[in-house]
Design a protein around this ligand. Structure first.
Ligand SMILES: NC(=O)NC1=NC(=O)NC1=O
Length: 166
């Protein structure tokens, strides 16, 4: 956790390292670092959201390389994986039925859309995630891309809010 003033004063390399675990989209990290200094935390978050509003399929593909499937504990350590583990903590992996249902749902989703199912897991129970997965399986391609990008923005901004304090 870094306060805004020190963030403004970090070297570009240090600032990039701090923001990188928020999302695996280097261009977004680079833009946010380049726009320093920010007058307030709110200005930083607004800029982050504005830049993320421009994301499309290419950015989504980059980001998904760092997002483990829902219900699968990340295999790696550090940055992204640590965030993912915490975000998915409400998914009770001792619930065999739920774990199996998520595994099957993820497979159906990937067969249908050709990419990993992405949802902002923080604040959602495993059951709520499974219900969203079942619902979104019925989305058209364009609608599901829009919904997925919106979830990616939510995950990214939640992580950024956790990295930069007032
Ligand atoms: N496939 C996913 O939805 N992964 C994730 N959702 C989160 O909120 N964090 C993740 O790693």
């Amino acid at each position: 956790m870094t306060a805004l003033i020190p963030f403004n004063q970090l070297s570009a390399e240090q600032a990039r390292a701090l923001l990188a675990p928020c999302v695996a989209i280097p261009h977004w990290v680079e833009q946010l670092v380049a726009e320093r200094p920010y007058a307030s935390r709110g200005a930083l978050l607004d800029k982050a959201r504005t830049l993320a509003a421009g994301w499309g399929e290419a950015e989504l593909a980059q980001a998904l390389s760092a997002h483990p499937r829902i219900g699968e504990k990340p295999q790696t350590t550090g940055g992204h994986a640590e965030f993912s583990r915490r975000e998915q903590s409400a998914v009770d992996d001792n619930d065999a039925r739920l774990t199996q249902a998520l595994k099957e749902g993820n497979a159906r989703y990937e067969a249908r859309f050709g990419r990993v199912f992405l949802i902002r897991a923080k604040g959602r129970s495993g059951e709520e995630i499974l219900a969203a997965l079942e619902r979104r399986l019925n989305n058209g391609d364009a609608e599901e891309l829009r919904e997925t990008l919106a979830q990616l923005v939510e995950i990214t901004l939640l992580r950024l809010e956790g990295v930069i304090s007032e």
